[in-house]
Design a protein around this ligand. Structure first.
Ligand code: ARG
Length: 247
């Protein structure tokens, strides 16, 4: 799927504009990941990260277009040059740093857990591997469970159910197919909205979000770090947080 935005006709998407033209960078996003990356009712990309990169692009003199890529394939897509950055709530991890570079951090999350109301499932049940837990394929909640519960033999690997996106996991929770959903706190709060599920708390992972770029793309990384630094010092940064209910 492709959602075009402000690309110029001659754009190639490799960040190399022609003479006198602005570079156009392709921003990889996975949706829905509210409030950071999502589609508006007209099918255009919106959200905290989307608005942030539009501001940074303006500030640093480049253009952006958006491309929707499945989360579990988004780093390979970046490495292959299909997109030039991932700006979609990506946690900076040591494993990912072996493949890509990250900007300075701009947001922090922990892993929140929701269950069926009244089911009695506790955070301890989660940590002891006694629940069927759903989350998004390739996300840090899945990685946390693999490393801390499955690889250690605490939880059977069948107890982890992965979905292309977390809204599908919440659907399965509300119909009783799984016992819990674990995901980035702010996004999970947004995803459950007014649905009949119970937040039983969080597992502290203290994950920091950054913008991912290819290892060799220091030019883009420098622009992103400069733009992000300027944005975070600008009143617009606080306005965005208010706009997306993040404060
Ligand atoms: N922060 C988590 C991670 O890095 C989940 C991010 C999911 N982002 C998305 N656009 N679906 O794996």
């Amino acid at each position: 799927a492709f959602a075009g935005c402000t690309s110029s006709e001659a754009a190639t998407g490799d960040g190399q504009g022609g003479v006198g033209e602005k570079s156009v960078y392709s921003v990889g996003i996975d949706v829905p990941y509210p409030p950071f990356s999502k589609m508006d009712t007209d099918g255009n990309p919106t959200g905290f990260d989307v608005d942030s990169i539009r501001w940074i692009a303006e500030n640093q003199g480049f253009e952006v277009k958006f491309e929707v890529v499945a989360w579990d394939g988004i780093i390979p897509a970046l490495q292959a040059g299909q997109i030039d950055m991932v700006y979609s709530g990506m946690t900076i991890t040591d494993e990912r740093l072996e493949k890509v570079n990250f900007s300075i951090p701009y947001w922090t999350v922990n892993q929140m857990v929701v269950v069926v109301p009244g089911s009695g499932v506790t955070i301890d049940d989660i940590k002891e591997g006694n629940a069927i837990i759903g989350t998004q394929s390739g996300c840090t909640a899945a990685i946390w469970m693999e490393e801390n519960l499955i690889d250690t033999g605490i939880m059977a690997k069948e107890n982890l159910k992965v979905y292309p996106d977390t809204t599908k996991a919440v659907d399965d929770l509300t119909t009783g197919r799984i016992d819990a959903v674990m995901y980035d706190d702010l996004s999970l709060k947004d995803i459950i909205g007014g649905r009949d599920v119970e937040n039983i708390g969080s597992i502290e992972t203290n994950e920091e979000f950054g913008i991912a770029v290819r290892k060799d793309d220091t030019e883009l990384l420098n622009k992103l770090n400069a733009g992000l630094t300027n944005l975070m010092a600008d009143p617009y940064w606080e306005e965005l947080k208010v706009q997306y209910d993040m404060v």
